[in-house]
Design a protein around this ligand. Sequence first.
Ligand code: F6P
Length: 512
Amino acid sequence: MQRNELPEWKMLEQHAKTFESFSLRKELKGHKARQKNMQVESEGLFFSYARNVLNSDTLSLLLDLANACELEKWQHRLFSGAQINESEGRSVLHMACRDKHDVSFTVGKENISEFVKDSLKAMETFSTELRNHKLRGYTGKPFTDVVNIGIGGSDLGPKMVCHALRHLKDGPNVHFVSNIDPADISETLKNLNPETTFFLIASKTFTTQETMANAQAAKDWLLKKARLSDVGKHFAALSTNKDAVKEFGISKNFIFPFKDWVGGRFSLWSSIGLSICCAVGFDNFNELLKGAHTMDRHFQTAPHEKNIPILMALIGVWNRNFLSMNSLAVLPYSQNLEYLPPFLQQLDMESNGKSIDRNGNRVSYTTGPILFGQAGTNGQHAFYQHLHQGTETVPCDIIVLGKSPYAPEKQHKMLNANAYAQADAFSYGRNLEESNGDISKQVDGNKPVNLIQMEELSPFLLGQLIAAYEHKIFVQGIIWNLNSFDQPGVELGKILAKELLDSGNSDTYSKV
Ligand code: F6P
């Protein structure tokens, strides 16, 4: 049965018709109770959904839909290591990487918690020795720069976290190279010294064309100055493919493995997070893990109506399927979170950008939204005009930090004033009267907004935020009956590029 044939789905379709004259302006103004009732906290992370086009009936109908889709059963299957990534025959257990206390994670009959502990220990030792200069390059100099070479999940997650926590950086400079365009590696290496540069080759499969080409370019760059026997001192591999890693010439001590139950886009919690440990230290990485684990526990134990990822997911389903909105804008009011939108773009669109359900049927309803975004206030001067007065209604996640580690404090206040002003503009708009009768100045308002407030940009709260989005996307996959953990569409491009290269006709650039 298709999801939209469920009676619970049909009820929501009927219910949506009652929202034609719904006004957020009326609902919000002077109704403090709505704001209070529609806010949930998880240890310093506040999720407020009062500025959505919905009411308490909507929520209970959405919760009924979640029940009809057996959400609880799927949550249990996820955490108990069932092979819910059916097409690849894999469990989905990145949560095990961030749970140092629970020894109950198993894959088949194997307890994987020992493996997690050993991996974390190895990451701690390596990053500490690199940071305190015990590890040195081929001429005996300490490492000043670390270059992470990876793409997709092997790049976006660690890059986003390193940038988000850059106020805590007290280790080497960490750079990220991902694109096969030689510009990326060339521009990164041109200011670096081979004697003091360490490379992390981050690739789950260790076969990804972009990463392998860039890793080879990095090796060639080093070998212009150093000997082949020096390579082992300057390269580490973060991968599940030990054989391919050895072939590349990476020393046994510098292989940081992870397992296939960690999906690429969920891999920052595994050894793919090594660049984070180098930049901000293992203790901060540990706090990040703790935060994510806190959100895992919240997701598992909080009642559905007070459960942040479940609420985020259901509101997203409401906007997408019942109010016919196609996209989601993620708007962090934090320059350090500027890479959150591209990270979430992969997390969401690679997971739920699908039209074939778990039973092999083409779905007859819409699935994952088009996700985009930019740090506020920059986005305000780019695409917000479309958000306020365009012909599409775009729901927004506005993320606000209580305090900033940066001076001047006055500027942080100005930043937050902009965030809340935009939230008001989205909700209330400006009516014809307020526009002095000039219809071109009228702003309709009534745009759905989730307000996500964090006391500060600490590793702990960042960990919670990322895990909340991960679980949100999982829940939406359950509602839409999708396998959120494979990416068969991406594979097609890889195959075609390889065929084109092998055929010798790859350089098809022509001026005509
Ligand atoms: O973009 C497709 C993808 O398969 C992602 O899921 C993954 O994060 C990325 O490629 C990189 O893969 P790997 O880590 O194996 O190099």
